[in-house]
Design a protein around this ligand. Structure first.
Ligand code: FES
Length: 133
C-alpha cells in the first residue's frame, strides 16, 4: 500500500542538483535527498552508505549523485554505488510529480540498502515520473 507524501515543490530543486527534505513516516521522520537529474526526480536516503554523510550535499549528474567526502557515486535509479569506497546501496523511494509537487511513497524503499528494514525485494523497479511541470 502506497503512502504518498509531499516532499517539496518542483521549483525547489534546480536541474542537476539535490535538496535535503524530511518527510513523515510511521510517526517519525525520514531524511531524504530529492534529486533532479536529466529531467527526472528521485528520492534517495540522505545518508551515504560508507559513512554518515548527507548525499544531498553532493554533486549531481547523469542520474548519479556523488558523495562529497570520498567521492563514491550512487545510481539514482537503483541506489547502487558506482565507485569505491562505498560498497552498499542506499535506499531509494518511488518518486513522482503531480502538478508542481514532488511526491514520495514512504511506505517502503523500492530498493532497500543499508540498515533499512528488508520489507521490499531487492530488485530493480521502474520509477514512474511525470515529466510535465
Ligand atoms: S562518506 Fe561517502 S564515500 Fe565515504
Amino acid at each position: 500500500m502506497s503512502a504518498l507524501v509531499r516532499a517539496c515543490s518542483v521549483d525547489d530543486v534546480a536541474p542537476e542538483s539535490a535538496i535535503p527534505v524530511e518527510v513523515p513516516r510511521n510517526g517519525s521522520r525520514l531524511e531524504l535527498a530529492i534529486v533532479h537529474s536529466n529531467g527526472a526526480f528521485y528520492a534517495i536516503a540522505d545518508e551515504c552508505s560508507h559513512a554518515s554523510i548527507p548525499l544531498s550535499e553532493g554533486d549531481v549528474g547523469d542520474d548519479e549523485i556523488e558523495c562529497y567526502l570520498h567521492g563514491s557515486r550512487f545510481d539514482l535509479r537503483t541506489g547502487e554505488p558506482i565507485g569505491l569506497p562505498a560498497t552498499e546501496p542506499v535506499p531509494i523511494y518511488r518518486c513522482l510529480v503531480e502538478g508542481n509537487d514532488v511526491l514520495v511513497d514512504v511506505s517502503a524503499p523500492i530498493i532497500s540498502g543499508g540498515d533499512d528494514p528488508p520489507d521490499s525485494p531487492r530488485s530493480f523497479v521502474n520509477i514512474s515520473h511525470t515529466q510535465e511541470f
